[in-house]
Design a protein around this ligand. Structure first.
Ligand SMILES: [Zn+2]
Length: 371
């Protein structure tokens, strides 16, 4: 997401916010203070605003709990987390690469909505415990709103189309059943497009019926889901991939990270080359491949530490999903890693070491020359 503002780091993960997050938080707080709370209980205006402010913070906390659940589990499963970003429709967690198995993908996707379900139950139990009379009912009313909000967040995120968590769960299940990740991705992307289109239609109906706020919000949400799902579909479909070996398509002489360089040196080198891809092989002094590093790993190091941390300190072991041999058929590689534009990179390696990389750009170039 462009134009985000760094808010700091939590548990080592950079937290960022898009300016639109402010609109969402302020909108929620104002709605609570002037509409929702007054409709639930009688109190003074300052009391409404104080309660709305407190629950506005808890609202952001619920969004962050959802994202950090994704991030914490991903990290536990060995997948690097690049950032957590808050924006108009909640949050987004960027992983260094996609989960390697359907089980891990399902776990990481499912835990976000599960946390909101849990928070919904906890705030409901607290509200029930306080009872309606407590402080003229304002804390109770706030907790009930928080309950509804968390349950809504869980349900919305479980809608079964990419890029929502429900879409990721469906994708993991299809992938598990067929063993074909690329097809599972394409299927959930199509459902996501349908979902986005449906929300746009529903939002338009509300707008026509003078329900401006809800209509506009649904229209925006639908547009976002439609765009994100379409981007997932833009990954080259296997059927159209030419029947050629990887070595014929790859970009040769890839950028290789020397393990003994500092993070600052290597980022400087990448700036000179315009960051051509996201994943880089790492080699030792003898030229042997020792692992791989992602762009997110590099930028995950705080600027003040980039002079002292070396590439080898943040190198991951080579993951077979991101490796290919030059004589391997292109279609077989894409089956393993969908090669989404500007997302996935495969390192091509032979007995001498890394000899090339493969991205969506390479495949697209071949597809157009072949057509
Ligand atoms: Zn989520």
């Amino acid at each position: 997401m462009n134009g985000t503002i760094p808010l700091g780091r939590f548990a080592g993960v950079p937290v960022r916010a898009h300016p639109s997050a402010l609109i969402m938080v302020v909108g929620f707080t104002v709605m609570l203070a002037v509409d929702t709370l007054p409709s639930l209980t009688v109190a003074s205006t300052p009391a409404y605003w104080l309660t709305a402010g407190i629950f506005g913070v808890l609202f952001v906390g619920s969004l962050l709990a959802h994202e950090f659940a994704h991030a914490a589990l991903a990290r536990r499963l060995g997948i690097p987390v690049e950032s957590v970003t808050l924006w108009m429709f909640g949050g987004a967690t960027a992983l260094g690469y996609d989960p390697p198995t359907p089980g891990k993908a399902a776990g990481i996707a499912g835990i976000g909505p599960a946390v909101n379900g849990g928070l919904g139950v906890v705030s409901y139990v607290l509200a029930a415990g306080l009872g309606p009379d407590w402080l003229s009912g304002l804390p109770t009313a706030g907790l009930l709103v928080l309950t509804v909000f968390n349950l809504l967040l869980a349900v919305l995120n479980l809608l079964p189309g990419a890029p929502l968590d429900g879409g990721r769960l469906l994708q993991a299940w299809l992938w598990h059943r067929s063993g074909d990740r690329a097809r599972a991705t394409a299927t959930t992307a199509v459902i996501g497009q349908g979902l986005g289109g449906g929300l746009i239609g529903f939002g338009t109906v509300l707008l026509v019926n003078q329900n401006i706020l809800d209509g506009f919000w649904l229209l925006m949400l639908g547009s976002f889901i439609l765009a994100a799902a379409s981007a997932e579909r833009a990954a080259p479909p296997r059927a159209r991939v030419p029947d050629v070996p990887v070595g014929q398509v790859m970009t040769v002489n890839p950028i290789i990270a020397p393990a003994w360089w500092t993070v600052e040196e290597f980022i400087g080198h990448l700036i000179n080359h315009g960051f051509p891809y996201r994943l880089f092989p790492v080699r030792d002094e003898q030229g042997a491949p020792v692992g791989m590093v992602t762009r997110g790993d590099l930028f995950g190091i705080e600027p003040s530490l980039r002079r002292t941390v070396h590439v080898r300190d943040i190198t991951h072991p080579l993951d077979s999903r991101f490796l290919a041999r030059p004589d391997e058929p292109l279609a077989a590689v894409i089956r393993r890693t969908p090669l989404r534009p500007a997302q996935d990179t495969v390192i091509v390696i032979d007995d001498r070491g890394p000899i090339g990389v493969l991205t969506a750009t390479d495949v697209r170039r071949t597809s157009t020359t072949a057509a």
